[in-house]
Write a protein that binds this ligand. Structure first.
Ligand SMILES: [Zn+2]
Length: 263
């Protein structure tokens, strides 16, 4: 069957009448890239047709937590309706994780929690107050994982069924099975497709193995190309209804958002 959504990518058309939610994006610069400015980032969202992006800060990821989270607050406020924020917290500052979450969530637009490995596994008790906070605020948690090293997330998702987690870069380095096993064992784990390579049949295999309802799309901008990340889903050999779940519905559900009015 011909996919209408594949035509957008093949013809280079903006996804004007298709709701699109980038659930894993950043603001800031990455050392190895000639990074885009925020204006260029928003212009590229418009060119592709990305309505909304959930962003965390690369400054926070590399150590300056408060400054990074403050930048996210500025970006959200400066672009009404285009961004929601992940508050970044680090186990390097474990005493400040909850107070930082409370500080951020008092600001309009922060809806998720971002964590990154710094030598403390996610199943360490240091994270318990963070997961409690996420449960209390119904906030999804985007946890960086890479290849078969899920940094303990495969255990956390089972011990904390009261929190929804996204495993970033699911399947990276050909490690599909680790992510499929973890998702099958815990209904609160969602597989995030951000990855700079697209292995043959990876998306099709994930959909077949865990269902499109458990897969969430993102770009990882400015690290990865928005166009490439969008095209790999639009052109996958899955149904258009599954593509819509992956590119909007699932993330909107996790963040408790309705469909944008314009589409
Ligand atoms: Zn990322």
């Amino acid at each position: 069957m011909k996919s209408q959504l594949a035509q957008y990518a093949l013809e280079g058309k903006t996804l004007d009448d298709v709701p699109v939610f980038d659930a894993h994006a950043h603001v800031g610069e990455w050392a190895t890239f000639d990074s885009v400015t925020l204006d260029e980032q928003v212009a590229e969202m418009d060119r592709i047709g990305i309505d909304l992006a959930a962003v965390s800060s690369l400054v926070a990821l590399t150590g300056d937590i408060r400054r990074g989270n403050d930048r996210i607050a500025e970006v959200i406020a400066g672009h009404p309706g285009r961004f929601v924020g992940y508050a970044h917290v680090s186990a390097n500052y474990s005493d400040e994780m909850v107070s930082e979450l409370e500080r951020c969530f008092a600001i309009d637009g922060f809806r998720g929690v971002k964590v990154y490995p710094v030598g403390v596994p996610y199943d360490d008790s240091a994270f318990d107050p963070v997961w409690d906070f996420a449960r209390d605020r119904s906030a999804p948690v985007l946890a960086h994982t890479w290849a078969a090293n899920m940094n303990g997330l495969e255990n956390t998702v089972q011990s904390r069924p009261d929190v929804n987690f996204l495993a970033a870069h699911a399947g990276s380095e050909f490690t599909y099975q680790a992510y499929i096993d973890a998702a099958r064992a815990a209904g609160n784990l969602y597989l995030d497709l951000t990855y700079s390579r697209e292995h043959t049949n990876m998306i099709e295999h994930f959909v077949e193995s865990v269902g499109a309802e458990r897969i969430v799309w993102g770009t990882d901008v400015p690290l990865f190309s928005m166009a490439q990340q969008a095209s790999k889903v639009l052109c996958a050999r899955i149904s258009d209804s599954d593509k819509r779940k992956i590119m909007y519905d699932n993330a909107a559900g996790l963040f408790g958002l309705d469909r944008p009015g314009k589409k």
